[in-house]
Design a protein around this ligand. Sequence first.
Ligand SMILES: NS(=O)(=O)c1c(F)cccc1F
Ligand SMILES: [Zn+2]
Length: 258
Amino acid sequence: MAPWGYEKDNGPAHWHKDCPIANGKNQSPIDLINGEVKYDSGLKPLTAKYVPFSDAKFLNNGHSVQFQPSAGNGSELTGGPLAVKYNFEQFHFHWGNNDTEGSEHRVDGKMYPAELHFVHWNSTNPSFKDAVGSGGPNGLAVLGFFLKVGAENAALKPITDLIPKVKDAGTSVTVPSNFDMQAILPATLTDYYTYDGSLTTPPLAECVKWIVFKQPLEVSAAQMEAFRSVINRDGKPMGGNYRPPCPLHDRAVKTSFK
Ligand SMILES: NS(=O)(=O)c1c(F)cccc1F
Ligand SMILES: [Zn+2]
């Protein structure tokens, strides 16, 4: 099989051949159906403490554009449904070729134009890779933010301004050290959905505590167009790099809000 992607010949319907867990019972993303979620008053806000990175790259890996520090720097996530501290690993995006599609998670069947994932790994493991393979839903904690078109996002502008420099697959650029990742996040990380799931790309490991925020972030139309100019490994627009929703099976989706 050609390396996995999102085209007809290598897209989500093919992934099960190399990753049989694709048909597992804890797969992501899912459709977050408000009539089926359950409020949990024990779910407190998340706390993200992000320290500016002196050496980080922004890269086009052929299926997303990704902010990737060269090493950890004490940036961490705690609180919410998490029992321990999680180390920041990377953030990346999924988006569509028009404003009616692009997000991985959906809310009552509605897709947003894009979704931003902040990936963290359980600090009781020696590395990100070990956390992915650690078994069970506590290896990674991924924060999901929906993006909708509106005002320009000043916190994301240093990143979206770099997109033209990573238009082609396999290219990367150094991110200025004064980039303030913390500024991307809302001041309080309160209203979210949380459930046990998987990576949404191969290897699709069922190792993720998903935390998807109810309130979308805004980006400008120009910032959305920047994403839509990115090219994938086959020389086609990368837009459409989202997996469709997977069956919930007997999982519960909890909310921190009523
Ligand atoms: N999309 S996702 O956030 O599940 C994800 C990860 F967490 C880790 C690696 C790749 C990837 F795509
Ligand atoms: Zn993702």
